[in-house]
Design a protein around this ligand. Structure first.
Ligand code: IPM
Ligand code: MG
Length: 368
């Protein structure tokens, strides 16, 4: 049975880094019997330019039907002035919402070869391995009402609604607890229960879920501002962090930067299994479209390649192939290959395609 992968490369460096993933998929087809069939569609600004919307209905349907979606990046200054509803990010948000991708897994791993590239002291990040589990289809990102209104007094009012229902907290909580069981068995739930009712509610639901369904997993709680501080002070104290959409957005950027480069970090966005056992899934690098370097062949494809490794692990249940690909990435880093964003003195600076070449060579070596 072939495996259907929809690639929506998006804007900026998206198509460049995704080109390397296509080569990696071809390698797995040739050498590991992966049988991946790739189709490409537009999303973001490039889709707006072609169709006047950030993602088309047809692409959303294809994404629902695919076994996995690989997304590059969306956005760029070119589309700063397009209407809010059709801005590039709207395409990404619609895919998340329509595919029901409520669970966003953002690992923050420090590769040994890159510990010195972190903005923190090497000993603080060496060996870092955190999993941030971000709720992705609720909270203030999607809560209603939201808008900008004219007030009778001549002022205007802007507002968004932070809201979570029981089942939304339970299902993201279960993902976090299940992941923790396969790791260090610790979950840190993060909210602002000292200020927000929705935060207090999040806390209460997590306490209940932990006690009822996961009594053997250690559950702790932290206020979101303190979590930001602790991530910078002593990041290795964390195992799994579970938090809402907005705090997860911010804290995952902080955690990403600790690891030496945003250009290294993958993510998985997963939905619930349907009655046939199929779950929608989308894999994307944590970094953005990097308009400043796009089109120059300089972008680091590693985050996107590692996102495909997550697809191998979580959608296709090919853990050994995921390990192989992650190992190949470690090999090229150990061999001194660096794109500009992670360049260090004495290392070999390469471009996007050369980095892809090195990864393919490392794959072949590992399987020889
Ligand atoms: C992310 C991004 C998106 C988000 C943007 C591009 C809409 O920052 O995936 O973290 O805010 O979720
Ligand atoms: Mg973000």
């Amino acid at each position: 049975m072939s495996r259907n992968i929809l690639i929506v490369a998006g804007d900026g460096i998206g198509p460049e880094v995704m080109g390397e993933v296509e080569r990696v998929i071809a390698w797995f087809n040739e050498n590991r019997g992966f049988d991946g069939v790739v189709e490409n569609e537009l999303v973001g600004g490039s889709c707006y330019d072609a169709h006047g919307v950030a993602v088309t209905d047809e692409t959303v349907e294809k994404a629902k039907a695919a076994d996995a979606v690989m997304l590059g990046a969306v956005g760029g200054p070119k589309w700063d002035d397009v209407p809010f509803e059709v801005r590039p990010e709207a395409g990404l948000l619609r895919l998340r919402k329509d595919l029901g991708l409520f669970a966003n897994l953002r690992p923050a791993i420090c590769f040994p070869a890159l510990a010195e590239a972190s903005s923190l002291k090497t000993e603080l990040v060496q060996g870092l391995d955190i999993m941030i589990v971000r709720e992705l289809t609720g909270g203030v990102y999607f809560g209603e009402p939201k808008g900008i209104d004219d007030l009778p007094n001549g002022e205007r009012r802007g507002y968004d609604m932070q809201v979570y229902d029981t089942h939304e907290i339970q299902r993201i909580g279960r993902v976090a607890f299940d992941l923790a069981k396969k790791r260090d068995n610790r979950v840190m739930s993060v909210e602002k229960r000292n200020v927000m009712q929705s935060g207090l509610f999040w806390y209460q639901e997590m306490v209940k879920l932990g006690a009822e369904e996961f009594p053997d997993v250690k559950l702790e709680h932290m206020l979101a501002d303190n979590c930001g501080m602790q991530l910078v002070k002593n990041p290795k104290q964390f195992d799994v962090i579970v938090t809402d959409n907005l705090f997860g957005d911010m804290l995952s950027d902080v955690a990403a930067m600790l690891t030496g480069s945003l250009g290294m970090l993958p993510s998985a966005s997963l939905g619930a299994k349907d009655e046939n056992g199929k779950a929608c899934a989308m894999y994307e690098p944590v970094h953005g479209s990097a308009p400043d370097i796009s089109g120059q062949g300089l972008a680091n494809p590693i985050a996107t390649v590692l996102s495909f490794a997550m697809a191998l692990r979580y959608t296709f249940d090919l853990g050994a192939d995921a390990d192989l690909l992650e190992g190949a990435v470690e090999d090229v880093l150990a061999d001194g290959y660096r794109t500009g964003d992670i360049m260090q003195p004495g290392k070999k600076q390469v471009g996007t395609v050369e980095m892809g070449d090195a990864i393919l060579t490392a794959l072949t070596k590992r399987t020889a």
